[in-house]
Design a protein around this ligand. Structure first.
Ligand SMILES: Nc1ncnc2c1ncn2[C@@H]1O[C@H](COP(=O)(O)OP(=O)(O)OP(=O)(O)O)[C@@H](O)[C@H]1O
Ligand SMILES: [Mg+2]
Length: 406
């Protein structure tokens, strides 16, 4: 077992892991005896396992016309005698065939077992994603300046009920209505997301249908969206919680890449859990809005959450702390919170029970009902930050006039 830990430690995919994490990885590692001539995988197969040579020799073969040619032979004493680590996170096609050259013993981590282990150990997932995302960041080509790309905005909170969904829905509505922007709201609360219901929408298709039929065509993407009367589009959460398992981070990345070319803003509502999908979303985001309520539980969790953001090495500018429900009865004051957090809140949203309950009860955003309420005023400041435009004062008169026909 000691040797396996030592070997796992050297694998780039696991470089961010601690010993206790590695021993969990080793628990899903299975030993397999493979007689001489066993084909472990074939070139072109979609990778579904990671292999580590414990004893023996393997041949790496590549297609050469109709035949296959051995391009190298590796023995268990070679330092690169492991294969296909990225199959555990990506599922990309194998770029060569692997065959045992003598009777050998291999250690195998099957993607299914690895995924299950990650689901039970979200912090291992977090550490792997952190290491991976810094590698991607280092390798990512610069986007050409002339390519117009929509901004990706993520709403997240470490505690549930902080107001992410209300925030995301109103932000999309405000950007569409006041900002005249093309906004797309995506419900990434995959098991129990209720944005469509909250907005009185009845989507025929959801994100689960989209990942079943991936596309790179904007007109096809549109078929999976549902339009809100305020002028923004919504990609709804799956209809059944069990469908949430269908959506992985590669789907998310592909879908966001396409959506960025056709929308000015893509707003992702999430659930309060660090996992592969949420971290991928945050990684790609231009801005992450971290929402919290003015009470001790939220202060404590947000403190921990900000530490994780620091470990993820996001530029501090990308993270915006939003104190929601400021001024609610029995709540902590803004000053108390900022002192406890040793950090300023970037934005505050007032407690607006009456207006917000309208959204929950009557399925209307604040921009459709009381656009002059305190909550809307807070949203306007956030929209001004995102768009770089000014909506307050003079413009407010005009759009209020437009809204109410005055
Ligand atoms: N500024 C506010 N003023 C008053 N009530 C609010 C405000 N923001 C949110 N709420 C209330 O808080 C409740 C939770 O909001 P919301 O569903 O947006 O939270 P969430 O973070 O998405 O929760 P979950 O983690 O369960 O998805 C809602 O019922 C809403 O009525
Ligand atoms: Mg929610």
């Amino acid at each position: 077992m000691i040797r396996i830990l030592d070997i796992l430690k050297k694998i780039a995919l696991f470089e961010g892991l601690e010993d206790s994490d590695l021993s969990k990885v080793s628990q899903v590692t299975k030993e397999r005896f493979c007689p001489k001539g066993t084909v472990l995988f074939k070139e072109g197969d979609i990778g579904d396992a990671f292999y580590l040579l414990k004893e023996g020799k393997v041949e790496v073969l590549k297609k050469d016309g109709d035949a296959e040619k051995v391009i190298k032979t590796l023995s268990h004493t070679d330092k690169d005698s492991f294969f296909g680590e990225m199959a555990l996170v990506g599922g990309a096609p194998r770029n060569a065939t692997l065959r045992t050259a003598v009777d050998s013993t291999v250690m195998v981590i099957a993607k299914g077992d690895f995924d299950m282990m990650l689901r039970l150990n979200s912090f291992i997932a977090l550490r792997i994603m952190t290491a991976l995302s810094s590698r991607f960041r280092a390798a990512a080509p610069e986007t050409p300046a002339e390519t117009k790309l929509g901004k990706l905005v993520v709403a997240f909170s470490p505690k549930s009920g902080a107001g992410k969904s209300v925030f995301a829905a109103n932000l999309a509505a405000g950007l569409a209505k006041m900002g005249q922007a093309k906004a797309l709201l995506v419900d990434l609360d995959l098991q129990f997301g209720d944005l469509a219901f909250m907005l009185d929408l009845h989507p025929k298709r959801t994100i689960a249908d989209l990942v079943e039929n991936p596309t790179d065509k904007p007109e096809v993407l549109k078929e999976y969206l549902v339009d809100h009367k305020s002028g923004f589009s919504v990609l709804a959460a799956p209809k059944k919680p069990e469908q949430s398992e269908m959506i992985n981070s590669s789907h998310l990345r592909a879908f966001v890449e396409l959506a960025r070319k056709h929308f000015d803003y893509i707003i992702l509502d999430t659930h309060s859990f660090f996992q592969d999908l949420t971290i991928n979303a945050m990684d790609m985001a231009d801005a992450i809005f971290l929402l919290m309520l003015p009470n001790m539980n939220h202060i404590k969790s947000m403190h921990q959450c900000l530490k994780v953001m620091e470990n993820l090495k996001y530029p501090p500018d990308k993270i915006k702390l939003v104190l929601n429900r400021e001024g609610a009865q029995y709540s902590r004051s803004l000053e108390e919170i900022e002192t406890a957090m040793k950090r300023k809140a970037d934005f505050t949203l007032k407690d607006s029970w009456k207006q917000i309950s309208e959204l929950i009860e009557h399925q209307k955003t604040v921009f459709e009902q009381d656009a002059s309420c305190d909550y809307a005023a807070g949203m306007v400041r956030i929209m001004e930050f995102l768009t770089g435009k000014k909506f307050a004062k003079d413009t407010k008169k005009t759009w209020l006039g437009n809204l109410f026909g005055g």
